[in-house]
Design a protein around this ligand. Structure first.
Ligand code: OFO
Length: 169
């Protein structure tokens, strides 16, 4: 059985993961407006990943005999000054999520929930990967600068990203 404190912490994080899904959907719409379909694809995959992250915790809370309580999802930003500004925000957001996963692990430590700690290990590794992927795209965007041709080449590259249903936990 999951403790009340851990259950609340997981419910908070489910909300953050669903907010991530919503934020990336807003970014997907931004790139639709720019007609950069490879970026659109990159965010389509990102949105699916965030949904999978939320559902992983949703299922885990139930598996541990807890209750899921869904809260309102905050309205995300909908406009960005440039693709670079957008990806700067993605990186900042992922760093924030990493700090939340760390806090969730601190709570698991505090209530001596070893099962939750081991479950959260997957999320910690996922955050390392996410920050690295996003950091990579951001670094390329900075190299590209105002070169439209190079931007279209990156767009083509991002069109190849595919969603793989993660096995969480
Ligand atoms: Fe759920 O990892 Fe991104 O936010």
């Amino acid at each position: 059985m999951i403790s009340e404190k851990m259950e609340k912490a997981f419910n908070d994080q489910i909300n953050k993961e669903l907010y991530s899904e919503y934020l990336y959907l807003a970014m997907q719409a931004y790139f639709e407006r720019l007609n950069l379909k490879g970026f659109v694809n990159w965010f389509t995959v990102q949105v699916q990943e965030e949904h999978a992250h939320a559902m992983g915790m949703f299922n885990y809370v139930h598996e541990r005999g807890g209750e899921v309580e869904l809260e309102a999802i905050e309205k995300p930003q909908t406009k960005w000054a440039s693709p670079i500004a957008c990806f700067e925000q993605v990186l900042e957001h992922e760093q924030f999520v990493t700090s939340r996963i760390n806090a969730l692990m601190d709570t698991a430590d505090e209530v001596k929930d070893r099962a939750a700690l081991s479950f959260l290990d997957w999320y910690l590794k996922e955050q390392v990967e996410e920050e690295s992927n996003v950091g990579g795209v951001l670094a390329t965007l900075k190299l590209i600068g105002d070169d439209k041709k190079a931007l279209l080449m990156l767009d083509k590259e991002l069109a190849a990203r595919t969603f793989v249903q993660p096995v969480i936990g």
